[in-house]
Design a protein around this ligand. Sequence first.
Ligand SMILES: Cc1cc2nc3c(=O)[nH]c(=O)nc-3n(C[C@H](O)[C@H](O)[C@H](O)COP(=O)(O)OP(=O)(O)OC[C@H]3O[C@@H](n4cnc5c(N)ncnc54)[C@H](O)[C@@H]3O)c2cc1C
Length: 496
Amino acid sequence: MYDILIIGAGITGTFLARDLARYDLRIALLDKEDDIACGATMANSAIVHSGHDPKPGTFKARFNVRGNELYEDICRELGVAFKRCSALVVAASPEEEANLDILQRQALDRNVPVRRLNREEALALEPHLADSVTEALELSSTGIITPWEVAIALAEEAVLNQSDLFLSHRVESIETLPPAGDNDCPQKSRFRVTARTPDGQTHTFDARYVIDAAGVYADQIYAMVSPAQADPATRRFSITPRKGEYFVIDHEETPLFQRVIYPVPSEKGKGVLVVPTIHNNLLIGPNSDFIDDKEDVGNTAQALSYVREQVSKTAKDLPFHKVIRNFSGLRPTGDTHDFVIEEAADVPGFILVAAIESPGLSAAPAISEYVIHTLLAPKLSLVPRTDYKRRRPFLSLKDVSPAEYNEKIRENPAFGHIVCRCEQITEGEVLDAIHRPAGARTIKGVKKRCRPGMGRCQGGFCEPLITEILCRELGLTPQELLHMTDDCLQKGGACQ
Ligand SMILES: Cc1cc2nc3c(=O)[nH]c(=O)nc-3n(C[C@H](O)[C@H](O)[C@H](O)COP(=O)(O)OP(=O)(O)OC[C@H]3O[C@@H](n4cnc5c(N)ncnc54)[C@H](O)[C@@H]3O)c2cc1C
């Protein structure tokens, strides 16, 4: 029996799992996919927005600003990268300049650092802005992260602190159990959650509280326990996927843009952006199109040419000949126009953390803080763990001195064997990615943890070697491994 069962191991679910693991609670984190961060958390712009643009009075505005404040310290604690790279919102007409006025006032009201720049000042920071750009707002608190790396680190820390992670467990039904009378009765579960694994077996989990952090499926998960939600006429909310497609440009010593470049936002969202990544790639995108299929992450020529056309309004000289990949992600867009974060009115103990579209990545630490301290703390006794353990950062031999590198090779010759030439990844780093808590079980899982296959050849050289290592370490045949990986391979994602 679990105190809290979380459905969805994206950035929302993993933040909650790790933050709850600080307390003496029994926690389960379930995901239908074979790794952490396979939904929206894998395929997005990777920006920790400053919080300048969500509508006043919304959860989005409140949690974005607070999330931005929290991120840097959390990433330092987790040993993952965070860079406050700054951003420019650029205007190209008097109407857009008037919109900059509104955004500037909004930012000032929220204590978000902001500075107005004329064209020359903006060009001094980013020389490749489009010729049409007339003015800009500089938002210096804007940051970038590698989203799946943060989510994996959070899940690892939750597992290290006695949370149970169940991947490849698709939740299929949730039963409410008869009430205990006493809401805080430690013996009594309120929910029985049934999940199916790929071998067709079903597994049940009893829990006192369930948190629905299931991304584009959060509306359907809630409908499993709520007759009102199951009826389109009375449902609290519905979620429609809103697709965004991208180009990924190969990494360079110094990418063409150092800052995030936003156009002035429209009713469709933040618009087509230029985003430097932690690893010095550039992302160009996304578009914003509602679709019906919650699994459709394919790319289309139409959307990609729209992205190219739109970005030319804010940036020039972009090296499209160095594109190494395209990908797309699905925003879990609610008909509520704001995040839905509440205890379900009709199902006590069922916590909705739904419709977490942009700026959900930025807001995730603050959402977790709110759910734990405002929604759960009055109901659960939160006793801090005295033996809380910190995770060990991923190994990255690219970042160590030659002396340390040699020491590592002496410790284990696998650190002297390069398996990915583009990214200079060694067999030792791959072994670490597989054997750490919540370790990689698939080719893509290895790629997400230590980057083989992220470079120009896109795995052409290293994938057979990674397959060999995974099979050897996990005791699988290549057929078994590729069968496990199949589903994930079809979902390209930002993890290239
Ligand atoms: C194109 C795009 C660009 C974006 N850019 C930014 C940005 O730059 N900055 C920002 O702040 N935000 C951005 N966002 C938003 C951000 O990515 C999301 O808000 C965030 O990733 C949502 O995380 P999540 O954990 O709620 O959902 P997800 O990451 O989607 O996780 C939900 C999880 O639930 C699991 N699940 C679903 N159904 C079941 C089931 N039946 N059983 C078990 N598990 C289940 C899924 O497998 C998935 O892993 C962007 C989103 C998109 C799509």
